[in-house]
Design a protein around this ligand. Structure first.
Ligand SMILES: [Zn+2]
Length: 279
């Protein structure tokens, strides 16, 4: 808690800092592509790609400005790291003699920069509007947002959960020897007091759906899954045990199987019809 206070005392609110930078120097709609230009407006004078660095990215203060060093990565990951590193420039101040010092906020600085990167690449106002314009949540809609904002599914899922604007659960999983294992779970605000009983590392509900998705050529399947989830609206607890879900499985070159599952908690008639009759 002390950390999160001091982190804001140093750098302010990440959403506000990102919005200011975009308002003054960014595009007026997604994607936020020209990160180099935004970085220069934050005083970055050197941007370098280096495969040998230990982290995904580094920010250094040099005499004339900041240097950002980035490890080569997929476009989406590279962009997120780049935006994260721009965030770090908010933690440096010149002292009385004009020498720039890092005002360290410890581990909280990393969380701040993560929030800043999400806000810079997926500004809240744009994403809220896009989600309002979508007729129904779906994996296809999720893909559309990924393309529109040029971000990874992880970054988008995390941002949707952070803003609480997607009326679904999104589970990311990975196949292991034991079965499908949960890597992340993102919840929306339309679900007061939802207790899913899941943690990172737990066995994934809907394993049969994921198996089906993994074995179909399209790797996209929908079905009702059994999964007891507790809801506590206004203190009253009720349990729901069946949900409509759609899942996609991605098989990486090294054979790793990753799943994205969208769980519809209150699907409309149109969504139910779509899920029952996949094209
Ligand atoms: Zn960092």
């Amino acid at each position: 808690m002390g950390n999160s206070l001091s982190v804001r005392a140093i750098a302010g609110e990440p959403e506000e800092r990102a919005d200011e930078l975009l308002r003054d120097f960014g595009p007026s709609k997604p994607p936020v592509d020209d990160l180099e230009s935004l970085a220069r407006h934050r005083g970055v004078t050197r941007i370098q790609v280096d495969a040998k660095i230990f982290a995904d990215g580094l920010t250094l203060r040099e005499t004339e400005g900041f240097a950002i060093v980035l490890r080569p990565a997929s476009a989406a990951r590279y962009r997120f790291t780049f935006a994260h590193e721009i965030g770090h420039t908010h933690f440096y101040r010149p002292n009385e003699t004009g020498v720039w010092k890092h005002a360290s906020a410890g581990a909280a600085e990393e969380g701040w920069c993560h929030n800043f990167a999400g806000a810079l690449l997926m500004p809240a106002a744009w994403l809220r509007q896009d989600v309002r314009d979508l007729s129904e949540p779906s994996l296809t809609a999720l893909d559309g947002l990924i393309r529109r904002y040029r971000v990874s599914v992880e970054a988008l899922t995390w941002r949707l959960a952070h803003l609480q604007i997607w009326p679904t659960l999104i589970l990311r999983g990975e196949r292991s020897a034991e079965g499908w294992v949960v890597k992340t779970l993102a919840k929306s605000r339309h679900l007061p007091g939802v207790s899913t009983g899941l943690r990172t590392g737990a066995l994934h509900p809907g394993a049969s759906l994921l198996e089906r998705a993994a074995s179909t050529p399209a790797r996209h399947a929908a079905a009702k899954i059994e999964w007891p989830v507790a809801f506590r609206p206004r203190g009253r607890i009720f349990l729901q045990t069946e949900f409509w879900a759609e899942a996609r499985v991605q098989i990486l070159r090294d054979g790793t199987m990753l799943s994205t599952m969208l769980v519809h908690l209150m699907p409309s008639a149109a969504t139910q019809d779509r899920l029952q009759n996949p094209r």
